[in-house]
Write a protein that binds this ligand. Sequence first.
Ligand SMILES: Nc1nc2c(c(=O)[nH]1)N(C=O)[C@@H](CNc1ccc(C(=O)N[C@@H](CCC(=O)O)C(=O)O)cc1)CN2
Ligand SMILES: Nc1ncnc2c1ncn2[C@@H]1O[C@H](COP(=O)(O)OP(=O)(O)OP(=O)(O)O)[C@@H](O)[C@H]1O
Length: 197
Amino acid sequence: MPDIAGRKAELRRDARARREAIAPALRIEAAFALAEHVAADEVFDGLDVVGAYLPIGSEIDPRPAMTALADRRLRLAAPAIVAGELEFRELLRDGELERQGLGTVAPGAGARVLEPDVLLVPLLAFDRRGARIGYGRGFYDRAIARLLAVRPRLVTVGLAFDAQEVDEVPVEPHDRFLDRILTESGVRIPSASGAPR
Ligand SMILES: Nc1nc2c(c(=O)[nH]1)N(C=O)[C@@H](CNc1ccc(C(=O)N[C@@H](CCC(=O)O)C(=O)O)cc1)CN2
Ligand SMILES: Nc1ncnc2c1ncn2[C@@H]1O[C@H](COP(=O)(O)OP(=O)(O)OP(=O)(O)O)[C@@H](O)[C@H]1O
């Protein structure tokens, strides 16, 4: 049995290949299906700020869902990378975007910094417990840990294609289980949430 870092690396490669193989028509359908699911999901009731993301590569496109959340009066924020950590900056219509490195863009340094009540979390693979794996730099793991200190009721919602589900994502002590997973087929409530036990 390879070590946990090796298993995560292999899982990342496989999951990325599966995500990249998803046909364009399904990607578009899936993005609009997500918007319908978030429009109906009571988990967003009464929340103020959603930390979303601007998609890169083959990630599921959260922007129709973001529009649905803006229609529900949530304010939108997107992650900028500041000193190696994520900072969520208010995303306004017509606001300028700047390159953040690693192929991402976000509102520039003049944008308001917001502390999200709910995070839409990109991922490469997830399992039924709500364990997830990303690009392997720990940005989301650290951002969730930091935000929980100021937003103890922070809700984490993974966005993914059904094809990204795996039997078991290896977890380390710093990994946190997602509270919810939304895919094109609907809402999954994971069997675990919060820190691994
Ligand atoms: N859309 C999006 N924004 C995000 C993240 C993310 O995962 N997705 N992040 C989450 O941490 C942060 C940026 N961190 C990143 C860390 C690694 C890679 C990365 O390895 N990129 C690949 C190419 C990605 C692709 O084309 O699929 C690479 O550079 O090889 C990208 C972003 C903040 N913004
Ligand atoms: N809360 C944390 N505090 C400090 N370091 C952390 C924390 N969470 C993760 N890390 C560091 O980040 C590295 C990458 O973690 P992991 O392999 O779980 O990434 P990932 O979940 O794929 O990435 P991401 O969260 O960016 O999507 C780990 O080696 C770990 O040392």
